[in-house]
Design a protein. Structure first.
Lengths: 345, 345
């Protein structure tokens, strides 16, 4: 068993632990946010953590009605800009807590009088030092280079924060179900191990979702690129129709993440368009209607609020990346030329 | 000659016209922004226009010190969220003025009491009706499906707005030079027509830049995907090192946009890393140091402030997409399955 696969299967427990250990701190942070009447959020992150930031943007805007900006860290580092962040909530996400550009963005924010918080898996890092509140993934050390459990637990913490900030019972109740639901979703591992065989030789593919699961498409594509060295590109369904759909010809592989919810109808429409072009479609969904359009349907056997679905729907994407890499004779634990911590300035 | 190539060559004149015809209006908008003490900007756009929005984000943050959020239109459309946009400047960018989700975002913004503006190439559209200020590309009708002159003139208008808002003489003076400099940059057409031959059969590639030219990488990748049906994926240099660099093996084609400026040193560092992996590199730059690392160097014969370089550095990217498409026996004017206007809700 690869380290990556081991860590994938640790997620249900990690989910339960994150909620248990971090809820009290998240509650206090949510109170601070309300007390300071935060009307603007900026999030700094890189790589996988940037996909957690994408999820946070959607969830905060939808539940709290506050506009969220994803920081371009180079604005703060390369260009030494003084952006006016006073009055903002600035969140840094970095599993190692060492991403230098994220640390520098938080440092600037703190100097400007912003409320700062971080989400990280490592205690007492450079990032926690510049954060008023440090939320921990409590995922245990992550040994595989490809991040899995630190990604999903970051999403858990985001959802927990938004739940307390907005007071949404959908989120609060839904979060409690996730550890058990995650176990059920992971039972698709056997199916995926078999289905990836067909994709042993793909060189490129598109990964598609819409709305809240944009983060899922981005992260699933990155996992495949890192571990299987194939050109996997994520698109929001809406942007895809604006041009890139031109690449889709007979047999072009497309991965669709289509949980139930507001984005579902658009995804059905997209699947129909792709079918007329003869695309090869792997579809991750619960509803039979869209699964029937798939070349290879992957049934996700849980009912989950769309707002929390990105936490569960990435699990089959992680399994897919792991098994496809193995099927291609590669080692998902040791992607060539990657190290666990990337220090960019 | 393709329509796309004709329109590429119309850009120097279009640049001069945009500045001449729109300066007075931009000046008034800049005054309104200052009068309302705008401390937050939200931009809504899709596809190519979203790359203009990316440029706007960097330029506004760097020159005006105001955080900019790129709207996820589905937050406003799919999820019917009421984001608190009062006190914001909300800018919609759409060449046709018909992108329904962009229109709806601006409509919500106007109802919330935001200051609204749009950048478009079509007068009296749905988008202009929900905008307090409408800035026109004045690029003339764009006939090719792949947007070229409407993209660069949108960038011109963004730069013009930031120049007046910030009072930057670098921008104001630099903008005056662009029409003549654009003509000089377009003189690389012959070189590019020859060099693309070598890339007749590529299936995938990475397009890399950093900082302000992130927009250039995104747009150059999209143009190749649309017109040559190849999997071109853009990365910021910093994100690329966080994982996706794993795909680069001997001969993997990488396109680097590396104008002089703050991002230049990082791009040299990246080119060196890619060289040790045996990557095939096409580099667009002025400075000899990085061009010497290229498999095929494309010399851009102008000195331009980094802040305006995205307006000129995309020109060889457009030429590349056009000539590569032709070399592959395709028609860049008629990408399969695309129409000029995409109506997403």
């Amino acid at each position: 068993m690869t380290l990556m696969l081991e860590e994938i299967h640790q997620q249900p427990q990690a989910f339960a632990r994150a909620v248990e250990q971090e809820s009290a701190k998240v509650f206090v942070l949510a109170e601070a946010i309300r007390a300071r009447q935060i009307r603007q959020v900026v999030i700094a992150a890189r790589g996988t953590s940037d996909h957690a930031a994408t999820y946070a943007k959607y969830l905060i805007e939808i539940y709290c009605g506050v506009p969220v900006s994803l920081a371009a860290p180079s604005v703060y580092t390369l260009y030494s800009t003084k952006v006016d962040l006073s009055g903002c909530l600035v969140i840094g996400i970095s599993q190692s807590g060492q991403a230098l550009d994220v640390v520098q963005t938080l440092h600037s924010a703190q100097e400007a009088g912003a409320l700062t918080a971080c989400i990280t898996n490592v205690q007492d890092s450079a990032l926690t030092k510049v954060s008023d509140f440090a939320l921990y993934c409590t995922a245990g050390e992550e040994l595989a280079v490809a991040a899995t459990k630190t990604y999903t637990t970051s999403l858990m913490l985001v959802a927990l924060l938004v739940a307390h900030w907005s007071g949404s019972s959908t989120l609060l109740e839904g979060l409690k179900q996730l550890p058990e639901q995650a176990s059920r979703v992971l039972s698709v591992a056997k199916t995926i191990e078999t289905v990836v065989e067909r994709y042993r030789y793909i060189q490129e593919c598109a990964v598609l979702a819409r709305g809240l699961n944009q983060a899922t498409a981005l992260e699933a594509a990155l996992k495949m690129t890192e571990t299987s060295y194939l050109m996997a590109k994520a698109y929001s369904m809406a942007d895809f129709l604006h041009g890139p759909i031109a690449i889709v010809s007979e047999g072009f592989p497309c991965f669709l993440y289509a949980p139930d919810g507001h984005a579902y109808a658009s995804m059905v429409e997209l699947a129909q368009k792709l079918q007329t072009r003869g695309a090869e479609m792997v579809i991750f969904a619960r509803s039979p209607e869209i699964l029937e359009l798939a070349t290879r349907p992957i049934t996700i056997p849980v009912e989950v609020p769309e707002s929390l679905s990105p936490i569960l729907y990435i699990l089959p994407g992680q399994l897919w990346a792991n098994y496809l890499s193995v099927a291609r004779g590669q080692n998902p634990d040791r992607p060539r030329g990657l190290t666990k911590v990337t220090l960019t300035r």
